[in-house]
Design a protein. Structure first.
Length: 274
C-alpha cells in the first residue's frame, strides 16, 4: 500500500514538473517556431506550425551585424562577472569570517538596493554617464552591470563561505599562511562549486539585462538586448525577424545553461546538507 502511494505521488510530481517546465519553455519554443515562418504567416495569428524557412535569419544578419552585439555581450557579461568576483570574494570572506555587529545590516542594505526600481534612478545615472563620457561604451556597461549584480554575488558567496569550517582557516594561519594565500590556496578551492554557480548566475543575469543596456548604449557598445530592440521600429514589429533576433540572442546562454546545469545545481545546493 505504501509503495503504491509512493509510486502515485512520484508520478504526480513528475507530471507537474513536466507541466511547469513546458509552461516556462513555451515562450522560447514559440519564438523559435515564429522565427521559422514568413512575415505574413507570423502576422496571421497564433499557430504552432512553422513553414521551416530561415529567411528571417538571413534578413536579420543582412540588416544588423549579429556578431558585433554578440561579442559586446560576451565582453560585458564576462567582464562584469570577473570584476564582481574580484570584489565579492574578499568582501564575502570578511563578512563570513570576521563579522562585526553591523555585518547583517550591511548585507540587508546591499540586498535592499536590488528592490529599488531601476526607473527611479534612470535620470541621475544617465547624467552621470553623460558627464563621465561613459555613454555607449563597453566600460560603462560593464561598470553598471557589475554594480547591479554585486549584491547578489556577495550574498551568494557569503552563504557558501559560511559553510566552510573556520577551523581550517585558523589552522592555515597557524602554519604561517598570509591573507592572500589563505584566500587563494584554502578558501577558493574549498568553495569552487559555490564560486562556479555564482559565476554562471552572474553571467546569465548580465547577458539578460535589458533595461540599462538599451538605455545606456547605441550602435557602438549595444549588446544583444539592444540588437533585439532594434527590430521594433515605427513602421511596425516584424514578428518573424524579431523572433529570429531573439532566438539568436538567447541561443548562446541557453547552451551555456544546458551544458553547465549540473555544476549550477551543485553550486546552488552547496552546503545544503552538512
Amino acid at each position: 500500500m505504501a509503495r503504491a502511494v509512493s509510486t502515485r505521488r512520484r508520478i504526480v510530481m513528475t507530471t507537474l514538473a513536466w507541466l511547469v517546465a513546458l509552461v516556462l519553455f513555451f515562450p522560447i519554443l514559440y519564438a523559435i517556431i515564429t522565427s521559422l515562418k514568413t512575415e505574413g504567416e507570423a502576422a496571421a495569428g497564433f499557430s504552432l506550425i512553422p513553414s521551416f524557412t530561415i529567411e528571417s535569419y538571413f534578413d536579420v544578419q543582412a540588416q544588423r551585424d549579429y556578431f558585433k552585439p554578440f561579442f559586446n555581450s560576451v565582453i560585458i557579461s564576462l567582464g562584469s562577472t570577473v570584476i564582481a568576483l574580484l570584489i565579492g570574494i574578499p568582501a564575502a570572506w570578511a563578512m563570513a569570517f570576521t563579522p562585526t555587529p553591523r555585518t547583517k545590516d550591511v548585507l540587508m542594505w546591499m540586498l535592499s538596493t536590488k528592490m529599488m526600481p531601476a526607473a527611479g534612478i534612470m535620470v541621475p545615472m544617465y547624467l552621470i554617464f553623460l558627464w563621465l563620457g561613459l555613454l555607449d561604451t563597453l566600460f560603462g556597461l560593464t561598470a553598471i552591470l557589475t554594480l547591479i549584480n554585486l549584491p547578489i554575488v556577495i550574498w551568494m558567496l557569503y552563504t557558501y563561505f559560511k559553510e566552510i569550517p573556520v577551523d581550517i582557516l585558523e589552522a592555515a594561519r597557524m602554519d604561517g599562511a598570509t591573507l592572500p594565500k589563505e584566500l587563494i590556496y584554502i578558501l577558493v578551492p574549498m568553495a569552487v562549486p559555490g564560486i562556479a554557480s555564482t559565476l554562471l548566475l552572474n553571467v546569465i543575469l548580465a547577458w539578460n539585462e535589458a533595461f540599462w543596456t538599451i538605455r545606456l548604449s547605441a550602435a557602438n557598445a549595444g549588446p544583444l538586448t539592444a540588437f533585439i530592440a532594434s527590430f521594433s521600429s515605427p513602421q511596425g514589429q516584424f514578428l518573424a525577424k524579431l523572433s529570429a533576433a531573439s532566438t539568436l540572442a538567447i541561443a548562446p546562454i541557453l547552451l551555456l545553461g544546458w551544458f553547465s546545469q549540473k555544476q549550477l545545481v551543485r553550486g546552488l545546493t552547496f552546503g545544503a546538507v552538512k
